[in-house]
Design a protein around this ligand. Structure first.
Ligand SMILES: [Zn+2]
Length: 247
């Protein structure tokens, strides 16, 4: 029996699957992987500054560039792909407990996954949060203000600095979101990690929570991850082919 067949049998038997997804599931949708070998941050370390909270707070020029980058982000044109749709099909069988995603692109929900089952560890690009008062508004409304000539729109409630509701370097994850993710990982019987290099914590640590609670671990990723040695199956084929075949 091949590794793929074994993984498919395990997925068919599993009653409580948690998917952990990263950038690799969205590259087929035209959204670049920021950390991979050809990643935006790998090729352009200056771009990292835009996502560092300290630089964002200190420098209006960084904020202005960030708003333009949000306006031009590939997410607004992107469509869900076969990998996202395979997880929708799995949910319809009643055996998918949650999708914990490191992605901020909203593509799981747009593919048809239930929003209440998608745990966005690193936030979402579809909302804006005030770094002063915490007020949340839509990205669409903020980008309208940018288009209207305000290059660094301030919070309408308190005048504070606005930022996409995503987690920047130097910014802590939302504790309630992280607790939900840990509970899901610790309670699943199979953790399916898809398109994530499993190098960014605390997301990567969810694999350990699942494994130490006795869950099987299946990893689908193009390149090796630090958790391959503890995985029950590791698949390297393209996600868009492997996921529909597995599920
Ligand atoms: Zn505010």
């Amino acid at each position: 029996m091949t590794v793929g067949q074994r993984a498919r049998d395990w997925l068919a038997e599993a009653r409580r699957v948690v998917a952990l997804t990263g950038a690799g599931i969205s590259t087929d949708s035209g959204i670049p992987d920021f950390r991979g070998p050809n990643g935006v941050w790998t090729r352009d370390p200056e771009a990292v500054k835009q996502v560092t909270l300290q630089a964002y707070l200190a420098d209006p020029a960084v904020r202005r560039r960030s708003w333009l980058a949000r306006r031009d982000h590939p997410v607004w044109q992107a469509q869900p792909n076969a990998g996202h749709r395979a997880l929708v099909d799995l949910e319809r069988t009643g055996r998918l407990d949650a999708i914990v995603t490191q992605n901020i692109d909203g593509l799981h929900q747009r593919a048809g996954s239930s929003p209440e089952r998608v745990i966005e560890l690193h936030g979402t690009l579809f909302e804006v949060a005030c770094l002063g008062c915490g007020d949340r508004t839509t990205m669409a409304a903020a980008l309208e203000r940018v288009a209207g000539g305000d290059p660094d729109p301030a919070c309408l409630a308190c005048g504070g600095i606005l930022k996409s509701a995503t987690i920047s370097f130097g910014q802590a994850l939302d504790p309630a979101t992280l607790r939900r993710a840990v509970a899901a990982a610790a309670g699943c019987d199979l953790l399916l990690a898809v398109g994530t290099s499993l190098t960014v914590h605390p997301a990567a640590g969810l694999v350990e929570y699942a494994a130490s609670a006795g869950a099987r671990v299946v990893i689908v990723n193009a390149s090796p991850t630090p958790y391959d040695p503890i995985a029950d199956a590791v698949l390297r084929e393209p996600i868009g082919q492997v996921l529909p075949a597995l599920l």
